[in-house]
Design a protein around this ligand. Sequence first.
Ligand SMILES: [Ca+2]
Length: 383
Amino acid sequence: MMVKASGISGTNHLYIDSDNNGDTGYRGSVWTNCGAEYLVENGALYSYNANGTSWPWTKVTNITMLTSDSVIETVVSLSLIGRSTPGEMKLSYRRNSTDYAPVKYSAMAVANAKITGILPLPATPVSISAESTDRAIELRWAPVDGATGYSIEVDGVEIDNGTSTEYLHSDLEPNTQHSYRIKSKNQYGVSEWSNAITKTTLLAVPQNVEVKAGNASVTLTWDVVDGADGYEIYRNGEKIADVVNATYIDTEVEQGSTYTYAVKAYNNQSNVSSLSSQANAMVLLIVPTDIKVSYVSSTSLKLSWDTVANAVEYDIYRQGLKIGSSLTTCYIDTDLIQGTTYTYTVRVKDSTGNVIGESNEVIVPTDAVHGDVIAPSAPINLR
Ligand SMILES: [Ca+2]
């Protein structure tokens, strides 16, 4: 639009009856036979959606206006005023300035405009996908025919993305929400913004996953994840449990087997972290097995058993009462009474003195071996 006159460098109104219909839009007392849907004033475009006579206008966007005392020139994209087909529309101009008091308003100049063709603006990007990690979000969209570039609005800030149809938003905090809109460009202008896309980064990956094998169990611990409502436990690649706190004791394990564990954090908004790094645990044999009994004399016998990993000391129990300890894997019990049946168990203690395992009971009848004495061996670790 261009206006030529004199003394027009002040405040100006450029009205646009974009649908060429005098019954719609703003119908002021001056321009009664026309209804304006848009107004350009002081470098901004406004749209009208009130009752036709009241004044309120809504700002659409800033518009570049070149003004001098004798010429005003501005360009408004047809897409901004809702025109996508050729045809007529009406434009008008009125000076509106106290600079020219006492005549504040000029007479209204009205012109017809004809749109003979529509510049082929690029289409709005569609098929936009977004993928999250805990620290980044990556967007991709389908290339738009004829587009020479793209702009992306990232959390409210517009960025020129060049010709790429991908955008990586990095250095983000875990479990934070971000929003994006994309538009395409060509030599004639820009498309409408796409619909806004919101995407949340994943919860942080659980760190410092540690495992500790115990007596027929494995205890897992890891660092608490901010924003997590719970954790999923994976063993050998399969989910085995869901827990609230940052610890888990797996009792469904077999001694002597090795297991691989990993953890995911999740919250109640369906945000699930990536799998943590893996931790391996070998469930140790910590229960004395295969206790052997040999007779030293008719009133004494020797108990022996296989070495138990992590064992530092063994306590020997007879009839449920502790009768001694051993630093090795054997023990000689004396002063037995012939004809009596004795029941033994062996408990394993670790370096801190805790009992970490206990054997099954071994039942030994002494009368069955009366007179069948095995050659005595040297006493070991009698206490
Ligand atoms: Ca109208």
